[in-house]
Every structure is written in structure tokens, then in C-alpha cells.
Ligand binder design. Structure first.
Ligand code: UD1
Length: 343
């Protein structure tokens, strides 16, 4: 059976870590990425870690004819679909870009999977589909609330497109992994989160002031109904998260799925506040950050963290890397890229 796995968005943050874990598990990742929000240096990092050249196509998944060329050249055991736009704030200002890109690329992929008899797909979903849940932690059965951004709406719609296609055509199996907040970097510090321009997510905004690239970290609000007033999230290590994809591929390829479409929460099961995260980062890396409290950010959810019992018991996956190690890996990665930029 083919061991080739198509990884769309494989040069991105989670995609790159997943390629490494796929390779280590004996699969051959084949990357499709348009490099619109990733750097060729990440591909070099993957190749260094794996000591192997990785097959890469610079293709936009919206370009179905170029994407079809990739399907013609390979025989895939599964597709892992990461390629998507992901900035919540930007999606509010550019909704058409988000709907066109995120829905269009999944639809193109599913058409091609049917045509070329590729049966299995892992989809990058997000805890954003829950919105602000009434009961915490959230389980996979927690009702989805109305999306608070076009980005969130695309994740909900993509899950629906997948569910409907799987049920109508009877030729696919799919697993949607609902990620909580991915952070961290590979222990080699050869790959990690590499945002272009001003980052949106918290961790680069923590490490960049620490590296002297940005003057100050702003904490958005300390008047939430949480123990220290800042928001609570479930920060999941990116290598642990990458391993969940390998387990999802194994599960489908080995015929262990319980249903043709399954959903798993991928988090630690532990909520950590923004302030707690910053203090832990300072403590484990022995440094002091410049940070201040500012007004709440529009659209932020107060608190969300995962009930992971279903992914632990059914997928057999569990987060293992302690937060302290994850936060050390992020700092090591930031120092590496800062050094590379200054060279
Ligand atoms: C959101 C989505 C997540 C999605 C991600 C994509 C939710 C619950 N989560 O993550 O599913 O994949 O966007 O980008 O909808 N913060 C600061 N200062 C900063 C930056 C962030 O205090 O400069 C705080 C935020 O208020 C938040 C936490 O840090 O409480 C994490 O923020 P961020 O990394 O942007 O992720 P989410 O908004 O949780």
C-alpha cells in the first residue's frame, strides 16, 4: 500500500511539524504549498531533520489543474489538508478571500480525491467552531455556536462540506482534528512558527519582545471572569499536535475508524491564562518580559479548553510535552531565527 501522504500547507507551522512526524512514522510526505504564508527555509529545516529531500510542489490548492497534476504523479494513501488562511481579524475585513480560499481549496481536493480514488482525509479544524461555549471544558458533542468571524465560519463550513461529501459519495473517510492553541517548536529548533509581518498569535508576540524585535507585549484585558482576569486557552505543543495527524492517518489507513467521519479535540485538557503563560515563559527561560495590560481585543473568547477524553481513549493520542519544555523550545527557536536574520 502507498505510504505517500499529500500534505497541503506542508511548509506552514503545523504542516511542517506534521511532515517530520509522518516521515518518522514511515510515511512519505508530499508537500503542496503556495508559500503565501511560509518560507522556503522551513522546507530546508524539514529536510535537515529528516536527512532527506522532500517532494515539494509550489501550487495553490485553488488551482485545480495544477493540483490535478500532483494527483496524476502520485498515489496517495491519505491527504492532510492544512492549507488555509487563518487570521481571525483579517478574515473580518476580507471575508471573500477567506470563503473562496478555505472552502474552494477543500472542494477542489475532494473532487480530485474522488477522481483519483484517494479515500482518506484529515482536516485541520479548530476549537474556534465552539465559540464561547456555555459549559467548559468542551467535548466533541458540545454544540457549535454561531461563528464570531468569517475564519471561524469557514472552519464550521468545511467540517460540514466534509461530513456531507463523506455521507453522499460513500468513497471517503475523514477525520477533523479540532486544534486548541498550538505553540512550541521542534526540539531541533530547525522549524517553528514563522509569521510574516506583525504576528497575530500570542507566542510570537511573547518571544519577539524577549528577542528585542518588538518593544512591548500587550495583554488584551484583565477584566474577564477568570481567576487573574486574563483569557484562558488550552495551549497544545505543536509536536504533540503533529503526532495526532499521524495517528489519524494510521486509524483510517488501518481501517480502525468507528465512523466514516470522526471529530477529535486536540488539546491538553488544561486551561492556562495569558498572564500565567507569560509568567511561565519568563520563569523557564530565566528572563523578564516587557508586558502591559491593555483593552480587550474585539472578538476574543473569554475561556476555552478541551475535554480530551475521547481523543485519549478512542484515538489513543495524548499530549505529553510539559508546558515548560514547550516554552523553552519556542525561545530556542526564536533565538535561532533572530540569529539567522542578523547574519
Ligand atoms: C484564535 C482561535 C483559534 C484559531 C486562531 C487562529 C478561538 C478560541 N481561537 O485563537 O482557533 O486557530 O485564532 O489565529 O477562537 N493575546 C494577548 N496579546 C496579544 C495576542 C494575544 O493578550 O498580543 C491573548 C488573546 O487575547 C488570547 C490569547 O492571547 O486570549 C491567545 O491569542 P491568539 O494566539 O491570538 O489565539 P486565539 O485568539 O485564542
Amino acid at each position: 500500500m502507498s505510504k505517500q501522504i499529500l500534505v497541503t500547507g506542508g511548509c506552514g507551522y503545523i504542516g511542517s511539524h506534521t511532515c517530520v512526524e509522518l516521515f518518522e512514522a514511515g510515511y512519505e510526505p508530499i508537500i503542496v504549498d503556495d508559500l503565501s504564508n511560509s518560507e522556503p527555509t522551513i522546507l530546508e529545516g524539514i529536510e535537515k531533520i529528516c536527512s532527506k529531500k522532500i517532494t515539494f510542489y509550489q501550487v495553490d490548492c485553488l488551482d485545480s489543474s495544477k493540483l490535478e497534476d500532483v494527483f496524476k504523479k502520485h498515489s496517495f494513501a491519505a491527504v492532510i489538508h492544512f492549507a488555509a488562511l487563518k487570521a481571525v481579524g483579517e478574515s473580518v475585513h476580507k471575508p471573500l478571500d477567506y470563503y473562496q480560499n478555505n472552502l474552494g481549496s477543500l472542494i477542489n481536493l475532494l473532487y480530485l480525491m474522488r477522481k483519483y480514488s484517494v479515500e482518506n482525509i484529515v482536516f485541520s479544524s479548530s476549537c474556534t467552531v465552539y465559540g464561547q461555549a456555555d459549559v467548559l471544558p468542551v467535548t466533541e458533542q458540545t454544540p457549535r455556536k454561531a461563528a464570531t468571524s468569517p475564519y471561524g465560519a469557514t472552519k464550521q463550513m468545511c467540517e460540514d462540506i466534509l461530513r456531507d461529501s463523506i455521507s453522499a459519495y460513500g468513497c471517503f473517510k475523514g477525520i477533523a482534528l479540532r486544534y486548541f492553541n498550538p505553540i512550541g517548536a521542534h526540539p531541533s529548533a530547525l522549524i517553528g512558527e514563522l509569521p510574516r509581518g506583525i504576528p497575530n498569535n500570542l507566542l510570537p508576540l511573547v518571544t519577539q519582545p524577549a528577542a528585542g524585535i518588538r518593544p512591548m507585549l500587550n495583554v488584551f484585558g484583565n477584566d474577564y471572569n477568570t481567576p487573574d482576569g486574563s483569557c484562558i486557552r488550552d495551549y497544545i505543543d505543536v509536536v504533540d499536535l503533529a503526532k495526532a495527524h499521524v495517528m489519524a492517518v494510521d486509524r483510517m489507513c488501518q481501517g480502525r475508524s468507528k465512523a466514516n467521519f470522526e471529530i477529535f479535540n486536540i488539546g491538553t485538557g488544561r486551561g492556562v491564562s495569558t498572564i500565567e503563560l507569560i509568567k511561565t515563559f519568563e520563569e523557564v527561560n530565566h528572563l523578564k518580559l516587557n508586558w502591559q495590560i491593555v483593552a480587550r481585543r474585539d472578538g476574543d473568547i473569554e475561556a476555552v479548553w478541551a475535554d480530551t477524553s475521547y481523543s485519549n481513549n478512542e484515538l489513543g493520542w495524548k499530549a505529553t510535552r510539559p508546558l515548560s519544555e514547550t516554552l523553552k523550545s519556542v525561545w530556542k527557536w526564536q533565538q535561532n531565527i533572530t540569529f539567522a536574520l542578523r547574519k
